[in-house]
Design a protein around this ligand. Structure first.
Ligand code: AMP
Length: 396
């Protein structure tokens, strides 16, 4: 496998799949450029070698061909400012405009192609379309973890056209290295903290983790399905009645495999699902009728802090409560602080999956953990133990 860091791009045109799927306001201003900035190290490495960069990405979910609001041309000026150099734009990612722009691109130059998803062939993983893209470059680099779980033309199929010149970008390589540090070569004890709304969406991950971890800490809405399955009264908390057996099966399997599952002993319950609700702290197994569990309680926070503090590797996916509401954010903040503390003491911590990333950012602790994944769905599938097509296409 080729390595971007040691590969020489001198005299080569690199076709780079990036994730420039950034939010735009109604005037097409970029409201969060994190994803663009995340791709700069890869772009700069290619340029500093004396190569040229052809960037391809999707933006939004265009339904049927080109749409102004999903055009990548809105990113050109900002990208140009970040790179401190002009950036050329091709009004189509394939065909005459792309080929013309790619062939006139000078070494040291950057070209951005129009939105890949203006062509339905992209998501269909069409081989001929991938071949059209492949024509544009001499070497293929995938730096988009967010789409690595999709066998799209630009993320997977295109790699077939570069059997000897395909590699991960620096961002994607970093993501893979961090996830592998947790999933395949973790220092023990390894603790997974699972939260969020529902058991159903995390079942496959929890099941896969049972073969790998020492502790699983459970929080968030899914706690109440476990509590009810164990015979508790959970008031009007979020419960998935179809998953009571599954919850019990997970607990049994954990016991057989020697994995300690930690469930919240106490709960902060509200009498309504809003920030101004009345609150009380109660036993998670005895939530009064008319009350719903919306956060973990103080005893649970202390117990979870102990487990986290004694861990050497920590994976966090999903909040401990409705952290978007100030009244019910304390448990999530406490867990985030415990992770930051463990990290300071030498543990490796990986934060991933939508809402825990939002939470760690909200509490401004993102620079006090080891790695915050940009993965979303791709990370979840990786944690489920699936082989991601975008990664396989390069690793083989
Ligand atoms: P997920 O996408 O499954 O990780 O779920 C994240 C969402 O779960 C967040 O928006 C939280 O507000 C929500 N959540 C966390 N705890 C609870 C709870 N006890 N009851 C209802 N929703 C919750």
């Amino acid at each position: 496998m080729k390595n971007l860091q040691t590969y020489s791009f001198k005299g080569k045109k690199a076709l780079v799949r990036v994730d420039f799927n950034v939010p735009l306001d109604s005037d097409y201003n970029i409201t969060d450029d994190t994803r663009i900035r995340a791709a700069l190290p890869t772009i700069n490495k290619i340029l500093s070698d004396g190569g040229a960069v052809i960037l391809m990405s999707h933006l939004g979910r265009p339904k049927d061909g080109p749409e102004e609001k999903f055009s990548l041309k809105h990113l050109v000026n900002h990208l140009s400012e970040l790179l401190e150099m002009p950036v050329a734009f091709a009004s189509n990612c394939v065909g005459e405009p792309a080929e013309q722009a790619a062939s006139t691109l000078q070494m040291g130059g950057v070209l951005l192609l129009e939105n890949l998803r203006f062509h339905k062939e992209e998501e269909a993983g069409d081989k001929a379309f991938a071949g059209e893209l492949a024509k544009l470059g001499d070497v293929y680099v995938n730096d988009a973890f967010g789409t690595a779980h999709r066998a799209h033309a630009s993320t997977t199929i295109v790699a077939e056209f570069f059997p000897n010149d395909k590699m991960f970008g620096l961002l994607l390589a970093g993501e893979i290295e961090s996830v592998d540090k947790v999933m395949t070569s973790a220092e023990r004890p390894l603790t997974a903290i699972m939260g969020g709304a529902k058991v159903s969406s995390k079942i496959s991950i929890i099941t896969n983790l049972l073969d790998k971890v020492d502790h699983i800490i459970i929080g968030g809405g899914m706690s109440y399905t476990f509590a009810k399955a164990q015979g508790g009264s959970v008031g009007s908390s979020l419960v998935e009645d179809d998953y009571l057996d599954t919850a019990n099966r997970i607990l049994e399997e954990a016991k057989e495999k020697g994995v300690q599952i930690h469930l919240p002993e106490d709960t902060v319950a509200g009498d309504a699902f809003n920030d101004d609700a009345n609150k009380q702290t109660c036993d998670t197994m005895q939530i009064p009728d008319g009350w719903m569990g919306l956060d973990i309680g103080p005893k649970t926070e202390a117990a979870y802090a102990d487990v986290i503090r004694s861990s050497k590797t920590i994976l966090w996916n999903g909040p401990m409560g409705v952290f978007e509401m100030e009244s019910f954010q304390h448990g999530t903040q406490s867990v985030a602080l415990s992770i930051a503390g463990a990290t300071k003491n030498g543990a490796f911590s990986l934060i991933g999956g939508g809402d825990s990333v939002a939470a760690i950012n909200k509490f401004q602790l993102d620079d006090r953990v080891s790695y915050v994944s940009t993965g979303g769905g791709a990370l979840l599938e990786y944690m489920e133990g699936k082989e991601l097509p975008g990664i396989k296409a390069i690793r083989g």
